[in-house]
Design a protein around this ligand. Structure first.
Ligand code: FMN
Length: 423
């Protein structure tokens, strides 16, 4: 057993290690939600309220969580999602995440606000890599990154659509995590109290590159005054479905829309030619009052599950959470914080540890459910809160892939069986 695998038995252990290594300001930036953090809590509660319905005596030896996503085989139903501060959590953190994903045999998504040139991450990270796009006020400048990502060989483009207005994170303002960063006596002392991060991450940038991390994948005018950078990095709130169509025309590979919670928006994304959607509330950051993606999933799957790939995220911390998402019709699950905690705790080894933990929990839970492979996971393997005493069992669905996805609008957890009205 390596030192890390002895210390970190679950994602929460990695979270606590990250908490100790990072400054409080950076840890809270990664860990917390927005406003009153109802959304952050609710993402977890919604997953916890869903119960598994195990099946037994099925010979579950040789369990294999492999799946095929967008036509490509991968070892387990997980994708590492885009997380802006990876390069702040660890020196060249994006490359470390890319490598961890490649070693584990799953895709990694690079954030727009990353700090290492995308071409270098492609080359040094290896494996399957997707590029995530934020659209700034200057739409044309944002699109330069798309062309660059295409040339660099990213296999998918992920357009995030749920973050067009600034997040309301009051703790960030108090911590001085604003743009530009505000140095206060409190965060100055906070930094001095975390020498492993100060020297191991920031110090390495300064030594190796003579500057602190920068947004090297965003095309900004060279002579832009510091006072105007913030305005430049304001997200574009005029974006419409026309922009998605335009992106479709210029991006020849897999196109994914991230941040969908309404089935009609998923239908529109499919109509615009997207290949997949991510049912997401940005890990409880985009809005504190949005519904949990796991609660929105069945409606989206019912609307577009037969036309496009449906991925879900927000709050997934255990292998059992991931299988709940799959049982409700998702093709895969994105993790954001799970691998980011691992990265912040111990770099590539920490991110790898996070993925090992999830892999082992997935395999264990597959055994509990009586499933040898992912295609045999069905809607019958989960019970939603309102169904605990009401939903009749569908007999004989185990082992029949045709039985999934069976999440229909009528099964919507939130609406207690009332399908959404379509226009
Ligand atoms: C610190 C942090 C930074 C993030 N940055 C981005 C980003 O740049 N682009 C994006 O689309 N999503 C971003 N996300 C959202 C993640 O991609 C993902 O949707 C979310 O983290 C999933 O929830 P989880 O952290 O509970 O797994 C970020 C999330 C966190 C926690």
């Amino acid at each position: 057993m390596t030192e890390l695998s002895g210390k970190a038995l679950n994602i929460e252990d990695l979270r606590q290690m990250a908490r100790r290594r990072l400054t409080r300001a950076l840890f809270e930036f990664i860990d917390r939600g927005s406003e009153d953090e109802v959304g952050l809590r609710h993402n977890r509660e919604a997953l916890e309220r869903i119960k598994l319905r195990p099946r037994v005596l099925n010979d579950v030896s040789g369990r294999d969580p492999a799946i095929t996503l967008f036509g490509k085989p991968q070892t387990m139903p997980i994708v590492i999602g885009p997380t802006g501060p990876a390069g702040f959590a660890w020196y060249r953190g994006e490359t470390a995440l890319g490598r961890a994903a490649a070693k584990a045999g799953i895709p990694f998504t690079l954030a727009s606000t990353s700090n290492t040139p995308m071409e270098e991450i492609r080359e040094k990270g290896g494996g399957t890599q997707w590029y995530h796009l934020y659209v700034w006020r200057d739409m044309e400048a944002s699109l330069v990154a798309v062309e660059r990502a295409r040339k660099a060989g990213f296999e998918a483009l992920v357009l995030t659509v749920d973050a067009i207005v600034p997040y309301n994170r009051e703790f960030d303002v108090r911590n001085g995590v604003t743009f530009p960063i505000r140095i206060t006596p409190r965060n100055f002392i906070d930094t001095l109290l975390h020498p492993r991060w100060l020297f191991g991450t920031m110090g390495r940038y300064v030594l190796a590159e003579q500057h602190l991390p920068r947004y090297v994948n965003i095309l900004m005018p060279q002579d832009i005054p510091a006072s105007e950078v913030r305005a430049f990095l304001t997200k574009n709130d005029t974006m419409t479905w026309d922009f998605l169509r335009r992106l479709r025309a210029m991006w020849p590979r897999t196109l994914i829309v991230k941040g969908i919670l309404h089935p009609d928006d998923a239908i529109r994304a499919a109509d615009c030619g997207a290949d997949g959607v991510v049912v997401s509330n940005h890990g409880g950051i985009a809005s504190d009052a949005s519904l949990a993606p796991i609660d929105a999933l069945a409606d989206v799957v019912a609307a577009v599950g037969d036309r496009m790939t449906v991925i879900v995220d927000s709050g997934f911390r255990r292998g059992s959470d991931i299988l709940k998402g799959l049982a409700l019709g998702a093709d895969a699950v994105i993790v954001g914080r799970a691998t980011l905690y691992g990265l912040a705790a111990a770099g590539e080894a920490g991110a790898t540890r996070a993925l090992q933990i999830l892999d082992s929990e997935i395999r264990r839970t597959m055994g509990v459910l009586g499933c040898r492979d992912i295609t045999s996971i069905t809607r019958d393997h989960v019970v939603l809160p309102h169904e605990l005493f009401t939903r009749p069992l569908e007999r004989g669905s185990i082992g029949h892939p045709a039985a999934r996805p069976s999440g229909t609008a009528a099964e919507s957890q939130l609406f207690g069986g009332v399908p959404l009205q379509r226009k």
